[in-house]
Design a protein around this ligand. Structure first.
Ligand SMILES: Cc1cc2nc3c(=O)[nH]c(=O)nc-3n(C[C@H](O)[C@H](O)[C@H](O)COP(=O)(O)O)c2cc1C
Length: 351
């Protein structure tokens, strides 16, 4: 553990996962102030919004924190495919008194080739930057490391981990199939061995040259202790932090997590165009009737999914919202982040 703790400047082996749409500067700062590594996710933010988020986080903590970016391949535009998907969803939109959008926007940016974002990061120098959906360009990684920024990136198998090491990652997040939210696969169309957190963490800890952070289904100190016993330097928890008052999860999401619905999560591309684990809901029910291979690319499908969720919510139906959650969701707690971190550490010591 000391290696990773020193690398990241943290006291506890706990990383609060970056969660686009859910994590906030207040959540990240509370976790960092409590001795873990808090994270903000800026996948949907432009350069100026990212600058504001960094400064807001810095105003709340003097401790290291992590800023997360997406490195997905830009979507292939396929007007026929996009029109077919919107046509499929049209009856759902109409049932909420709305129409599908005329065109699908790229609602999440990729960091690959985003020189303006790189320039901002070099200027603001967040202590840690993490990447999802594949490696950053080597030159960008080199420039960030030269500026003293530590780099993390998610892998779901050994090949991805090796590619991330080669790209300059200082530590690898081993994201098991249990994990909530988007699977960090580099190529969503490649065969997926769906490795679980236990097998993947051990494999990467045994084969990688850099420290490993275990992620997926870890909800308490016993889970963190298990990850450390497998050779991880820390555990990254997402779902465990969704219920914190500092997160921006809405009331329906919190209620679903607190209900028996938390026992049922599904991995689906339906909502965004990439595989992601979500609480089973009215949206995920559509999966049975849809060939996921026919969806528009991420994040174009996500634009449709977000529009449908918004139309549904306006009509009082929350069952089309993306309620990302991992398989440990029934163990979710609803504590202030500082209290949750203290409880996690206490449980870990007792385990
Ligand atoms: C609500 C939610 C949103 C997420 N968004 C992101 C994100 O923006 N970037 C990222 O790298 N990972 C994201 N993830 C995945 C986490 O980094 C992590 O792999 C996952 O939360 C671990 O599994 P757990 O939720 O079972 O703890 C998200 C997870 C959740 C639950």
């Amino acid at each position: 553990m000391r290696g990773l703790a020193d690398l990241l400047g943290i006291r506890l082996p706990i990383v609060q996962a970056p969660m686009a749409g859910v994590s906030t500067p207040a959540l990240a700062a509370a976790v960092s102030n409590a001795g873990g590594l808090g994270s903000i996710a800026v996948g949907s933010a432009d350069v100026e919004a990212t600058r504001r988020l960094i400064r807001e986080t810095r105003a709340l903590t003097g401790r290291p924190f992590n800023l997360n970016l997406f490195c997905h391949r830009p979507p292939r535009r396929d007007p026929a495919r996009e029109a077919r998907w919107l046509e499929t969803l049209a009856p759902r939109f109409r049932s909420f008194g709305a129409e599908p959008p005329a065109r699908l926007a790229e609602v999440y940016r990729t960091f690959v080739g985003d020189e303006a974002m790189l320039a901002l990061l070099l200027e603001e120098r967040p202590p840690v930057v993490s990447f999802h959906f594949g490696p950053p360009p080597r030159a960008a990684a080199d420039a960030l490391r030269a500026a003293g920024v530590r780099l993390l990136a998610s892998a779901t198998n050994l090949d991805e981990a090796r590619a991330l090491e080669a790209a300059g990652a200082d530590a690898i997040v081993a994201q098991g199939y249990e994990a909530g939210g988007h699977r960090g696969v580099s190529d969503p169309d490649a065969p997926d061995d769906r490795l679980g957190t236990l097998a993947l963490t051990r494999l990467l800890a045994a084969r990688c040259q850099v420290p490993v952070i275990a992620a997926g289904g870890i909800m308490d100190g016993a889970g963190i202790a298990a990850a450390l016993a497998l050779g991880a330097g820390a555990a990254q928890l997402g779902t465990a932090f969704v219920g914190c008052p500092e997160s921006s999860a809405d009331a329906a999401y919190r209620a679903a997590l607190a209900s028996p619905a938390a026992a049922h999560t599904v991995m689906t591309r339906l909502i965004s165009g990439r595989p992601a684990r979500c609480l089973q809901n009215r949206f995920t029910e559509l999966a049975a009737a849809v060939d996921e291979g026919t969806l528009p690319d991420y994040p174009l499908a996500y634009a449709a999914g977000k529009a449908l969720a918004t139309a549904a919510r306006a009509a009082g139906e929350t069952g089309f919202s993306a309620q990302w959650a991992g398989q440990g969701a029934p163990l979710a707690r609803f504590l202030p982040a500082a209290e949750l971190v203290a409880a996690l550490e206490d449980e870990r010591r007792r385990a």
